[in-house]
Design a protein around this ligand. Structure first.
Ligand code: GTP
Length: 458
């Protein structure tokens, strides 16, 4: 919640600049202060934040906004440019035969990322193989094997061998007909001498085209030291940030990028093999600053809505904006959201909305987990058409009956009804905006990165 407030206070500060064509030193100071707060809260290294805010301040004061550009857009552009400069573009991994070595501390997500990346390359038409050299952690072999099976990619490992260097050598040989080789290495709880010398040996044998450092998004300030050690031993060309589906904003990883003079290659956003994204600077910066990322949002929304509509040709999401919001509508919304990802992430991606909407909701309102959604579906299957169309008519007795019929608890049934009412309230807010406000909002969203048609209350 604190982070969202930061995002919204930055948005608030920026919106105060709306309509201004020139910036005073005070304006700039205020914006820079908010940016500093956002970045520090996102775990970005203090020295980096100071460097960055100095250059933003300098440029915002020295450079005149180009004709026709508002002071607000001018500042945003400078912030964006300076941050892109720091983060860089995505690490360029060519779509061609190559060998990639993954390094990182224990539990950072190397094994998971290896399988995800292999899946990603396979979707691009390449034939990848994962080579698992982790002999340190019991279970690493099975985990990697299972994930690779799920990703439907080639896997090599040897649960009986104890020399990772030998496994790497053998693995490359056994999978030589594959074109992309991803070599996973063992992690330790901290960088120890033996880990360093082991990975150096593997590095010599594997001779990778690219070495990626895998970092947990929650790493914080420790990223810098780790990055330096790995950089000194094997040389790091890029970073993979994992677990961005959690609460961490991944700012710590920026220090690693800076320290190794590299860029970010991939982001991990979940535990399944498909939860991987090519790094895209604008979305990442938006996330660090707590600002919405429309480009990604509209792509996800459009894809999800297309899929939902393909299943049900009669359902017109636009109707939801006009009339009553029933449980049948909610079911469609939930199916669409399910495809978009966690609701809180979706809300966060809508500029200007995340903070204000969240502030009015109880803490757990966004906790629409997959399990809950599945339960809700089962509960709805046990409801009559009349109940689905008029959920407010469902009293205590009917709650009991629905719970019995669905095999779910009465609490679950009540939760569904509460969730429905919450969504209905949000919808009313949008409806209350009036057509012209709504059109303006939609237009703004479209201008910033594609349409949001059919989003319903989101
Ligand atoms: N939510 C989430 N969990 C992740 C992500 N990436 C990895 N994990 C989880 O993090 C845990 C550790 O991931 P691993 O891939 O086993 O990490 P590792 O670096 O190979 O670990 P070691 O082999 O012990 O060094 C597992 O439970 C993964 O499911 C992610 O992007 N999101």
């Amino acid at each position: 919640m604190v982070l969202d407030n930061l995002g919204s206070s930055l948005r608030g500060t920026l919106s105060k600049l709306q309509g201004k064509s020139r910036l005073s030193e005070e304006d700039v100071q205020e914006v820079v202060k908010e940016i500093q707060r956002s970045l520090l809260q996102a775990d970005v290294d203090v020295a980096l934040v100071m460097d960055l805010s100095d250059s933003i301040k300098q440029r915002a004061l020295d450079e005149d906004p180009p004709a026709g550009t508002s002071a607000r857009d001018h500042v945003l552009r400078i912030v964006y440019e300076e941050m892109t400069d720091l983060i860089g573009e995505s690490t360029k991994l060519p779509l061609e035969p190559q060998t990639i070595l993954l390094a990182g501390l224990q539990g950072s997500g190397k094994t998971t990322s290896a399988a995800k990346m292999a899946w990603w390359f396979s979707k691009k038409g390449l034939r990848p193989a994962v080579i698992q050299t982790d002999t340190f952690r019991p279970g690493a072999y099975d985990q990697a094997k299972q994930m690779c099976e799920r990703a439907e990619v080639e896997f090599y490992g040897d649960p009986d061998a104890d020399d990772p260097v030998e496994i790497a050598r053998e693995g490359l040989e056994q999978t030589s007909e594959r074109d992309v080789h991803i070599v996973d290495t063992a992690g330790r709880h901290a960088l120890e001498e033996d880990l360093i010398s082991e990975i150096e040996e593997i590095n010599t044998v594997v001779d990778p085209d690219t070495s990626l450092l895998v970092l947990d998004a929650a790493i914080g300030q420790g990223a810098k030291d780790q990055a330096r050690e790995f950089e000194n031993s094997i040389g790091i060309n890029g970073v993979v940030i994992t677990k961005l589906d959690g609460t961490a904003k991944g700012g710590g990883a920026l220090a690693a990028v800076n320290e190794t003079d590299s860029t970010i290659a991939f982001l991990g956003t979940g535990e399944t093999v498909q939860d991987i994204e090519r790094f895209e600077p604008s979305g990442f910066i938006s996330r660090l600053l707590g600002m919405g990322d429309l480009k990604q949002l509209s792509e996800r929304v459009e894809r999800a809505m297309r899929e939902t509509q393909a299943e049900d040709d009669d359902w017109e999401p636009e109707d939801v904006m006009k009339g009553q919001f029933t449980l049948n509508d909610m079911r469609k919304q939930m199916q669409a959201m399910n495809r978009m990802g966690p609701l809180d992430q979706v809300i966060d991606m809508i500029p200007g909305f995340g903070g204000s909407i969240r502030d009015q909701l109880p803490d757990d309102a966004m906790d629409v987990t997959q399990d809950r959604l599945r339960d809700f579906e089962v509960v709805m299957d046990s409801m009559t058409d009349d109940e689905l169309e008029n959920p407010r008519s469902v009293g205590a007795e009917r709650v009991q009956r629905i719970a019995r019929g669905s095999g779910k608890s009465e609490d679950r049934v009540r939760e569904l009804l509460e969730q429905h009412q919450m969504m209905e309230r949000m919808l009313k807010q949008f409806q209350g905006m009036g057509d012209s406000d709504m059109q303006r909002m939609m237009k703004k969203m479209e201008n910033q990165g594609g349409g949001l048609g059919g989003m319903g209350p989101f």
